[in-house]
Design a protein around this ligand. Structure first.
Ligand code: AKB
Length: 320
């Protein structure tokens, strides 16, 4: 059985991925690595939880030794909007943290490392419709710069050391459990919470802004399917495009209105508009489909129905 360490286990993806992996591999085999954010009781109550900061090598290695970790999932990251306000912090966490993860994995001869990437690797000169797998990678954000470097580093460790390192270019991820923080695609989550709580939302990108997005169940499915894919079938390793849906902020609002006619939206673009404009509208994920059978389950309306139901339930219980 694998011994998995999830770094960033209190974050938007990390928190739900930790629980899903515990279902699959057993609670004791999935260690939640958290930093400052207090994890939910679901995380602390279903398996081990340790403070792990990849920049603090001594503490990180102590956890690896204590649990005989053989797989690391590095979900800790400074996202695009925060990264523009604090570029050096983004570099430190996303690159210096990552190289520590890769080096520790190499030293301890780990079975696998998962290094997430993002659509932020693309930039204003990348073809934005159905963005190819192999294309121009000239991002305009520090987050994007670190994600391109992260993909290259991961691929380097595969080639140079024969390690099993894998990663996906996540689109905007929409979920109802742990809120995202500091990203550009956060509006696509906030809209559901504000719709339920206040029946209105002021959106920080304009109505026409179109981005690739994915619902959390598909995000978990893609991550786990890539982890479990036969390594010998992979021609790519750390840079898989993964698509699910692509919609504009206006289409997202229309989908919410379909199930909540009284919902109102207004648009007041801020600095995040320029970041969103530099990212693709949609991605070509045929490499992921061919190499490990990727296929998403959710479209926009199916996600909206599910999100509104789940967010309403949390609201009624006074949890949000
Ligand atoms: C962000 O908006 O920064 C992230 C991402 C697309 O990687 N959600």
């Amino acid at each position: 059985m694998r011994k998995i360490l999830v770094i960033g286990a209190a974050g938007q993806i990390g928190s739900e991925l930790t629980l899903k992996l515990r279902d699959l591999y057993g609670g004791d085999n999935v260690i939640a690595g958290i930093r400052k954010t207090k994890p939910s009781e679901k995380i602390t109550g279903t398996g081990p939880c340790e403070v792990v900061n990849a920049l603090d090598l001594e503490g990180f290695v102590a956890v690896v030794k204590k649990y005989k970790i053989d797989t690391i999932i590095n979900m800790a990251a400074i996202l695009s909007a925060t990264g523009e306000n604090k570029p050096m912090l983004a570099w430190d966490v996303n690159i210096n943290g990552l190289i520590n993860v890769l080096e520790v994995a190499r030293e301890f001869k780990m079975k696998q490392v998962l290094v997430p990437s993002s659509i932020a690797v693309f930039g204003p000169t990348t073809p934005s419709d159905n963005t190819p797998q192999e294309t121009i990678l000239k991002p305009g954000t520090m987050y994007g710069v670190t994600k391109v470097a992260g993909e290259l580093l991961g691929d380097y460790y595969v080639k140079r050391y024969g390690m099993d390192v894998r990663g996906l270019r996540y689109p905007g991820i929409i979920s109802h459990e742990t809120p995202p923080g500091g990203g550009t695609t956060d509006y696509a989550v906030a809209i559901y919470f504000e719709a339920v709580k206040n029946r209105r939302y002021k959106c920080f990108v304009n109505e026409e802004t179109r981005l690739p997005m994915m619902y959390m169940p598909d995000c978990l499915k893609s991550t786990i399917e890539l982890m479990q894919a036969d390594f010998s079938r992979l021609r790519h390793h750390c840079d898989f495009n993964v698509g699910a849906m692509s919609f504009s902020a206006g289409e997202l609002a229309a989908s919410v209105k379909k199930y909540m006619p009284e919902f109102e939206i207004s648009y007041e673009p801020d600095d995040r508009q320029a970041i969103a404009d530099s990212w693709p509208d949609s991605v070509d994920d045929s490499a992921a489909r061919e190499e490990w059978g990727w296929k998403p389950d959710y479209d926009l309306d199916a996600m909206t129905r599910d999100m509104l139901k789940a967010v309403n339930a949390r609201h009624e219980k006074g949890l949000i």
